[in-house]
Write a protein that binds this ligand. Structure first.
Ligand code: 3PG
Length: 211
């Protein structure tokens, strides 16, 4: 497929973005395939393991229908490595001035993390209105996002961190939430155990969440 999409379009593709930690590059494609089969085409591979960049490259090559992002991107150098591996979007838990400049210079699809109104306003000044709200549950959860919507209705969030099947629908019901991120459908023990059936079935349930 390889369609070029902006971050707003990517956030609309599915209600949930699985946040993945890949330890073994051999697991990358079967894991992504299980998630796709379950109905989740947008995947975030965190740059937390030595296998992450290879995992991104393998999935991009094998599964053109998947939209692969790199997560836990903390530096401009990591951003470049992720883009070189084929990432279609970049996610960070926060947003330093250096990282914001790097994203703007490269004109990449960037989902920067915020946890407060001032951080969100600083990003808005730089032209970013699609933001990750992180760590969602710890930073005030649904109540915080409701409070932000009044003064800052132009912002749309992907809350991530502490989201699970019990609270995801509450987030997705908010007018300023496009999608949520989470790791519950890609539990590390299921990935290590290559339990693709369980992963697919959790993905299917996540993909069916209303928003
Ligand atoms: C993370 O930090 O790994 C992501 O934000 C996912 O958080 P979660 O494991 O609480 O879903």
């Amino acid at each position: 497929m390889n369609v070029k999409r902006d971050i707003q379009q990517i956030m609309q593709l599915a209600p949930v973005i699985p946040v993945m930690v890949v330890d073994d590059p051999q697991h990358a494609v079967p894991l992504a395939r299980a998630l796709l089969r379950g109905g989740l085409p947008v995947l975030e591979i965190t740059l937390r393991t030595p296998a992450a960049l290879q995992a991104i490259g393998r999935i991009v090559e094998a599964l053109p229908d998947a939209v692969i992002g790199a997560g836990t991107v903390l530096t401009a150098a990591a951003m470049d490595s992720a883009l070189e591996a084929g990432a279609a979007f970049i996610v960070s838990p926060g947003a330093t001035p250096h990282l914001i400049d790097a994203a703007r210079e490269r004109q990449v699809n960037f989902l920067p993390g915020v946890a407060s109104p001032s951080e969100a306003m600083a990003l808005l000044e730089q032209g970013f209105s699609r933001l990750k709200f992180f760590p969602a549950q710890a930073a005030g959860g649904v109540a915080m996002l409701k409070s932000l919507h009044g003064p800052l209705p132009q912002l749309t969030f992907c809350p991530t961190g502490g989201i699970n099947p019990d609270n995801a629908a509450d987030y997705l019901a908010l007018p300023n939430v496009a999608c949520v991120g989470g790791s519950w459908m890609v539990a590390r023990e299921h990935v290590r155990g290559q339990n693709w059936g369980e992963i697919e079935s959790r993905a299917r349930a996540a993909a069916a969440l209303p928003r």
